[in-house]
Design a protein around this ligand. Sequence first.
Ligand code: COA
Length: 222
Amino acid sequence: MFAGTNEGGGISRSMGNMSLKQRVIAGLNSVAVLRWQVPARLVFALQGWAWPKQLKILGPIVLRGHGTLVLGTRVKIVSLSRYNPAGVNHPTVLTVLKGARMTIGDRVGMSGAAIFCATGIKIGNDVQIGANVSIFDTDFHALDYVDRRLDRHTPTAPVHIGDDVWIGANSIVLKGVTIGERAVIAAGSVVTSNIPANTLAGGVPSKVIRSLSPTTQEHVEP
Ligand SMILES: CC(C)(COP(=O)(O)OP(=O)(O)OC[C@H]1O[C@@H](n2cnc3c(N)ncnc32)[C@H](O)[C@@H]1OP(=O)(O)O)[C@@H](O)C(=O)NCCC(=O)NCCS
C-alpha cells in the first residue's frame, strides 16, 4: 500500500492549490529526494547501469555487486520509516552478484527490501513490495556442513514475480519461486514454492488461502 504510492512528501502535488507552508514543505522534500538521488546516480554510473526514468529514491539505499541491474520507469525505493508508516527496519539493499541479472519492472515500489540476486530475479510491472520484504534466489550456504565450511554447492535458483503482485510486509520469498500475476502474499509469509496467479497466499510456509477474481478486465492506466 505505502511502498508504491506517491506519498513521498507530496512533491508531485499541484503547486497551484498549495498554501505557502505546503510549498515550503514540498520544496524541502524535493531537496531531500535529491540528496539520495545524487549518490545513487554515481553508483549507477560507476556500475555501468542505465539510470531509469523517474526513479524515486527516499533514503540511503545500498547497491552491491557487479552483476546487471535493470530498473523500469517510475520505480520507487524507500529506505526510511518517515516515508512509510508501516516502518522500515533497514535501508533497501539490492545486491546483484557478478554474472547475475536483476530486472525490476515499471512502477514497482519497495520499502526496506533486501533483494539478493546470485543468478536471476525478475520482478514484473506494478509490483508492490511491502516493508522489510526479503527476496533471495540463493540459500547463501549449503545444508552440508563440509560444503558450508568450504563455501561451495550453495543451492541457487531464479525467482520470478509476476505483474501486479503485492507482497505483504516482512515476507520472505526464497529461491526458485514463481509468484503468478496479481497474486497477493499476506504479511509475514515465507514463500518456499510457486504461488498461482490470482490467488491470496500466506503463512509459513506459504499456501494458497483463496482465489482472487480480478474485478475488471479493463486496461487500467496507472
Ligand atoms: C493479505 C491480507 C490483505 C488479506 O486480508 P483479508 O482479505 O481481510 O483476509 P482475512 O483476514 O479475511 O483472512 C483470510 C484467511 O487468511 C488468513 N490470513 C490472513 N493474513 C494472514 C497472514 N498474514 N498469514 C497467514 N494467514 C493469514 C486468515 O487467518 C484467514 O484464514 P481462515 O480463512 O482460515 O480463517 C491481510 O491478511 C494482510 O496481510 N494485510 C497486511 C498487508 C501488508 O503487509 N501491508 C503493508 C504493506 S507495506
